[in-house]
Design a protein around this ligand. Structure first.
Ligand SMILES: Nc1ncnc2c1ncn2[C@@H]1O[C@H](COP(=O)(O)OP(=O)(O)O)[C@@H](O)[C@H]1O
Ligand SMILES: [Mg+2]
Length: 293
């Protein structure tokens, strides 16, 4: 089988150039002898998948994507449009959904990740109260959608100090839904909050390790892109079999160390194609592994 081609988004302002956010990666891949092709991210988001892939040469064969996150439906259209040109994404749309959206991976990681429940974005007060009940009706929690939180607006739209306060639950969830607007993915997720070892002593968010898995093996263990200077060393014993059970070839897991129990927990799982790389980390081993996969 030929080595996979790396599909990258083009610069929104220059369709023959790679998006500046991915240019260092593109250079590394080419330096390793890998082939690249450009796709149009805006066209993918707009539902014009055939147009988005028109620069991918016919009969490209197997391919990985490395680019901005796509909604699951857009990824499925991307997969079909590529197949029409003889190009096969090595992560199927079903695999992408399983790693990208919390309800897709939660069942596999249950016990190793904070207890979570999800509900429609337009859920009423009764449904919200029932969801809080399923989390135990007391203690702190966090809100996100199937893919992203609004961690930058921590107190306003992410952190619920106490599930026993229904007004606070409603307020934080409503603000989250309002701020996400049309970009809300799937539905609303409520998760039990655990104290994690923080990135800084000023009470910052958790210091996370991002582990990049290829075919069930860790191909890169590095910091989370938000804290690129850290050198975390997570224990992967518990996570490895769970990643294998998920059955996706290329995924990331973000791990944080619980301040109370000292165990590494999975904060979130992601599709490796759309997870951001930390700046300043040598990623050539990961890219070499991708080209050999
Ligand atoms: N259950 C939780 N307990 C404690 N902190 C959490 C929890 N979930 C998220 N966080 C904190 O909020 C941040 C954002 O949550 P995350 O699920 O990673 O969303 P995003 O997709 O926006 O990165 C995490 O990096 C972590 O610091
Ligand atoms: Mg995160």
């Amino acid at each position: 089988m030929p080595p996979p081609t790396l599909l990258l988004p083009h610069d929104p302002l220059a369709e023959r150039r790679v998006d500046p956010h991915y240019s260092a990666e593109a250079q590394l891949i080419r330096g390793l002898g890998g082939g690249t092709a450009l796709v149009d991210h805006d066209a993918l988001l707009a539902g014009r998948a055939a147009e988005a892939v028109r620069r991918v040469p016919a009969d490209t064969g197997p391919a990985w994507y490395r680019g901005w996150m796509l909604p699951v439906a857009a990824y499925a259209a991307f997969e079909r449009a590529l197949a029409d040109r003889g190009c096969r994404l090595l992560t199927s749309a079903a695999g992408y959904a399983a790693a990208h959206e919390l309800p897709g991976w939660y069942g596999t990681f249950e016990g190793a990740t904070p207890v979570s429940v999800w509900l429609p974005a337009d859920a009423g007060p009764g449904e919200l109260a029932a969801a809080a009940g399923r989390l135990g009706s007391h203690g702190p929690a966090v809100v996100k959608d199937y893919v992203k939180s609004r961690k930058q607006e921590w107190h306003e739209a992410c952190y619920i100090p106490d599930l026993a306060d229904p007004a606070a639950v409603r307020r934080v969830v409503a603000r989250f839904v309002e701020l996400q607007g049309e970009f809300l993915s799937g539905g609303v997720v409520l998760r039990r909050f655990h104290p994690f070892v923080a990135a800084d002593r000023a009470g910052g968010r958790a210091s996370e390790a991002r582990v990049w898995w290829l075919d069930g093996e860790p191909a890169l263990v590095g910091p989370h892109p938000d804290t690129p200077g850290e050198r975390p060393d997570p224990d992967l014993t518990r996570v490895r079999p769970l990643v294998r059970a998920l059955g996706c070839r290329f995924v990331t897991t973000d791990l944080a160390l619980r301040a109370d129990s000292g165990e590494w927990m999975v904060v979130e799982v992601g599709d490796g194609q759309v997870s951001d790389l930390p700046r300043g980390t040598d990623v050539s081993a990961l890219l070499t592994a991708l080209l050999a996969a």
